[in-house]
Design a protein around this ligand. Structure first.
Ligand SMILES: [Zn+2]
Length: 209
């Protein structure tokens, strides 16, 4: 299995190809590759991304069959089943990179801001369970000067939510903590721009490219 930093570079390179519209040839999704993978997988990165139809991880990182272990949920939130999925992939396949991939203008963040501004009584319990996970990272921003600048507020709320999810994965699981301490597992946040197609990685991760 490649290291976390090599995996990160592979994602950066793939996003560069996507963003400049020079995609890999169809070999990544070929039937030959499918047959090879039937015996087993070794995905080099785990992506916890938003369900938004405009941010499919395999496409924005220009990857093919067997490359990415992807978990998608509205607002890229972390609930127990997401933690379990990451534990499973990191433990079973030896994957060393986890990316929490949020994006600009995320609908789940907008819904949370709306709910904080004007709580609705009839919101479904299931939808509320998503909003409730986003709320703690977004709510503190409302009391700052961002409260008067809607666009800036949304931008910062998206980033705060990505950081919160990444921190939850880093500290909300003994299995993952062990893998981080002893086996070089890296959890990074990243934001995809709907406007430019570029993925920006957070947390002071060095740009090796
Ligand atoms: Zn979203």
């Amino acid at each position: 299995m490649i290291s976390a930093l090599e995996a990160l570079q592979r994602l950066r390179d793939g996003n560069g190809r996507f963003e400049s519209d020079v995609r890999s040839p169809g070999t990544l999704t070929s039937q030959t590759r499918r047959r090879e993978l039937a015996a087993g997988q070794e995905p080099f990165a785990i992506i916890l991304g938003c369900s938004d139809s405009r941010v499919p991880a395999e496409i924005v990182f220009d990857q093919g069959l067997g490359d990415l272990f992807v978990i998608r949920v509205a607002g890229n939130i972390v609930a127990p089943s997401q933690v379990g999925s990451v534990e499973f992939a990191a433990g079973r396949f030896g994957t060393r990179l986890v990316v929490v991939l949020g994006h600009s203008k995320c609908g789940a963040i907008l819904a949370t801001l709306e709910e904080l501004g004007r709580p609705s009584e009839d919101q479904s319990r299931n939808l509320r369970s998503i909003v409730d996970r986003i709320r703690p990272s977004v709510e503190p921003l409302l009391g700052t000067e961002l409260g008067h600048d809607r666009d800036a507020l949304v931008r910062q709320a998206v980033r705060a939510n990505i950081r919160a999810s990444a921190n939850h994965l880093r500290h909300g699981s003994q299995v993952l903590e062990q893998l981080i301490e002893k086996d070089g597992l890296l959890v990074v946040g990243a934001e995809y721009s709907l406007e430019t197609g570029v993925v920006h990685f957070f947390d002071g991760v060095q740009d090796a490219g």
